[in-house]
Design a protein around this ligand. Structure first.
Ligand SMILES: [Zn+2]
Ligand SMILES: [Zn+2]
Length: 759
């Protein structure tokens, strides 16, 4: 007796080989019916015996394709139509899509085996892929995910590919970007006026140029990389010079896991990250010194090859460790279109290895670390975006525009929060353009109308993202305080709306409730009820405001002028320059001096006292420098950083640094005691607030928690029987996580007494 049911599957189920999987599964269970990619996910109609129907659902739940993520399965009984076979039907596009777009996937083992099999049709073909691997987000032009809606639409399949594409038993059944050397796009090499158009010869030449110490721009999945031999100091220095990138570390692509092990300390957790489907750049302690790759840093960022062209380059003899840095000039977004790349990178790259398949949108490499509290994503982009990271209790479409540094945006549709790829620092024109593009891209991909949106944005009136929010034709707007957004990003990941927490939100800069520059804030409360600021870093003056972030001595002036007896800091061993003297003058006269509680600036002050007296060349550099310095010490004392009356007092901390410096203690030991002092001070604050209020969940977020040593120090201090520590795992603790927190606060803020204001 045949019965029928209809099934709807939501989650990451399109572009991950789900329909072919369903097809094979239905045949295995002798079921008839059909499957299609609908607007609301994958829709399945099944007819057969009740036992087989039930077995099908079990198998679908338990053995889905590797890259699929099933969020929800709805099963309903249906009318039996007496169907004889199982078929895959054309996609439907009616209303608003609610499917999730899959992130880009690394080339799979089976495709890799074919890539290096000389008898295979796709031997050496840089665009080999199948339903288990290959590009997704970076080739999708619109939903649903079908070939005519991808950047592959201008390459009609030949007989060979279309036979595979149509064969339900084949791994390439409905693999949208499928192609072969006969019918698909290829790679070519531009070197000066010369072009090598044969793909194999182009890759061989690129590998040779890399061996010779040249810089080659290589088109990948979500943009161009600039590549050179990581073990060639001269090449690395040339790349820095031409790219105007003074000191910020370069990422390295290792040929394989063995090479990665030579470069960095690969713990089991780090290995899992290296091999994860996102293939992020993984930060870990370095084992070798690569001249010019990561100056002043004990860590190195390493990733493994993820596109076929990377594997082909290494197989063609490219050096086994390649610097692979986003192809751009400093602070600009990654280049992803040919004309743009060749124009912007002329003078940087000696040659261009260009793939013909267009990139639909730029997606940078992601950066992650196997941290002491578990995996942390520091830059969430390729391989993760635009995956959903949280489910919010709302049907209201929400667009959250993030902060101006390390910007990402979040779009909430049917309660699912999709976080965009890393966009960058919006004060750069190119990044702001990318921001506008990404807003329009996500809005149109999910078919949301601006008029229906609740738009969440930062409270900072001068942020480019705020001004953009105010210009959108939205239904409603909600201004969200920066540091509460950090905390709520952690709680949104967990769906912890009601839980009371003590929240530590520490970073460089954010606009506070009182208009001052916040950054060392402790809150108590819940997402549903709002957060009260219960403690903070003692306030100091910041001469020159946010601009002081680039000059640690300038940031230090306001903190140091509160000390009772400070020595002449322009003299030995400090050598602070005129910028410090001028800043002290501004602070004394209260001219262009802004009140701040920024923990990031306190780290800058510490770094300045320890010898970082130059201008920084990237955000957070002085704090990273201090952390790296502290890692070299084995001492275990801590300088006092006392907490009382709601205030963490930095004066004893900085006084100790100065005295020890004058006494001639090694700077690494001073840095270590400074770091540990901060950890102890924060832990004491958390414990006090926790006891006073009877709240035992603790949230740590904000850019300062990119400091892994600080987390290592905090862990034993906080992980007591009573306290539970929650940190970010799905979005970054830095400002890349702000948009998620904004979106979640926008859902609840109407009920808050403070912090969430509606416009
Ligand atoms: Zn594959
Ligand atoms: Zn073909």
């Amino acid at each position: 007796m045949a019965t029928a049911c209809s099934i709807r599957v939501r989650g990451v189920v399109q572009g991950v080989g789900f329909r072919p999987f369903v097809y094979r599964l239905a045949r295995a269970h002798m079921l008839s019916g059909w499957v299609l990619n609908g607007q609301r996910g994958v829709e399945i109609h099944l007819e057969g015996t009740e036992e087989e129907l039930a077995a099908f659902v079990e198998d679908m739940k338990n053995k889905p394709p590797a890259a699929a993520q099933i969020a929800e399965i709805e099963v309903e009984t249906a009318e039996c139509e007496g169907l004889r076979a199982f078929t895959i039907r054309e996609s439907e596009r009616l209303g608003r899509p609610t499917v999730r777009v899959s992130p880009d996937l690394p080339v799979c083992e089976e495709c890799l085996a074919e890539l290096f099999d000389s008898s295979d049709q796709r031997f050496g073909y840089p665009y080999i892929n199948c339903t288990n691997c290959g590009p997704r987000y970076s080739v999708i032009l619109e939903l649903p995910y079908d070939r005519p809606n991808t950047t592959m639409r201008k390459w009609p399949m030949d007989r060979y590919c279309s036979d595979e594409y149509r064969d339900p038993a084949n791994r390439r059944f409905h693999a949208q970007p499928v192609a072969c050397p006969e019918c698909g796009p290829s790679y070519f090499l531009l070197e000066g006026m010369a072009t090598i158009s044969d793909g194999e010869a182009a890759i061989a030449r690129a590998a040779r140029l890399l061996r010779e110490g040249k810089i080659v721009a290589v088109k990948g999945i979500g943009g161009y990389h600039l590549a050179c031999d990581a073990r060639n100091g001269e090449a690395n220095r040339a790349l820095r010079e031409r790219k105007f990138r003074k000191e910020k570390p370069f990422a390295v692509m290792a040929k394989n896991l063995e090479t990665a092990r030579e470069l960095i300390r690969v713990t089991p957790d780090a290995e899992a990250l290296l091999l994860s489907l996102a293939r992020p750049i993984v930060l870990a302690s370095r084992k070798v010194e690569l001249d010019g790759v990561a100056p002043d840093n004990t860590e190195l960022g390493v990733m493994l090859p993820y596109t076929p062209v990377h594997h082909l380059l290494f197989a063609a003899g490219a050096p086994d460790a390649l610097v692979m840095t986003s192809a751009n000039r400093s602070s600009e977004p990654i280049a992803y279109q040919e004309d743009d790349a060749v124009e912007r990178l002329a003078g940087i790259a000696d040659a261009f290895l260009i793939g013909e398949r267009p990139i639909a949108r730029r997606v940078d490499d992601s950066v992650a670390r196997a941290g002491v509290f578990g995996p942390t994503i520091l830059r969430r982009s390729r391989g993760y975006a635009p995956g959903a990271v949280a489910v919010l209790p709302t049907q209201q479409p929400i667009l959250a525009l993030g902060a101006d540094l390390k910007n990402t945006i979040t779009l909430v549709v049917n309660g699912e929060a999709f976080v965009s790829q890393h966009i960058g620092d919006l004060d750069h024109y190119q990044a702001f353009r990318a921001f506008e593009e990404t807003v329009n891209d996500l809005i149109s991909m999910y078919d949301v109308r601006f008029e229906d949106l609740l738009v969440a944005h930062d409270c900072h009136p001068q942020y480019a993202s705020t001004m953009h929010a105010l210009g959108l034709p939205a239904a409603r707007r909600c201004a969200v305080q920066h540091h509460r957004a950090h905390l709520v990003s952690v709680l949104a990941e967990r769906g912890a709306w009601e839980e009371m927490v003590v929240g530590v939100s520490v970073d460089g800069t954010g606009y506070g409730d009182d208009g001052s520059i916040w950054g060392g804030e402790i809150f108590a409360g819940s997402v549903a009820g709002g957060f009260e600021r219960v403690a903070h870093l003692r306030q100091a003056a910041l001469a020159g405001g946010d601009a002081a972030a680039r000059y640690p001595v300038q940031a230090a002036a306001g903190f140091l002028s509160q000390l009772d007896s400070a020595p002449d800091l322009t003299a030995e061993p400090f050598y602070f320059g005129s910028r410090f003297v001028n800043a002290v003058q501004l602070v004394r006269r209260d001219v262009r001096a802004f009140p701040t509680t920024s923990m990031g600036r306190l780290f800058d002050a510490g770094a300045a006292l320890l010898g970082f007296v130059r201008e920084t060349s990237f955000e957070g550099q002085a704090a990273i420098w201090l952390e790296q310095l502290a890692r070299k010490a084995s001492s275990n004392d801590a300088y006092p950083f006392p907490f009382s009356d709601g205030e963490l007092d930095f004066r004893p901390l900085l006084t100790a640094v100065i005295q020890e410096r004058l006494r001639g203690r090694p700077v690494s030991e001073i840095a270590r005691a400074f770091q540990r002092g901060i950890a102890k001070g924060l832990a004491a604050t958390v414990r006090t607030v926790s006891e006073e209020r009877g709240i035992y969940n603790v949230v740590l977020s904000g850019g300062v928690f990119q400091n892994e040593l600080l987390l290592q120090d905090l862990k034993p201090l906080l992980e007591t029987e009573k306290l539970r520590i929650w940190v970010n795992h799905a979005v970054p603790p830095n400002d890349g996580g702000i948009s998620l927190g904004q979106a979640a606060i926008a859902v609840f803020a109407q009920g808050w007494d403070n912090g969430g204001s509606y416009a």
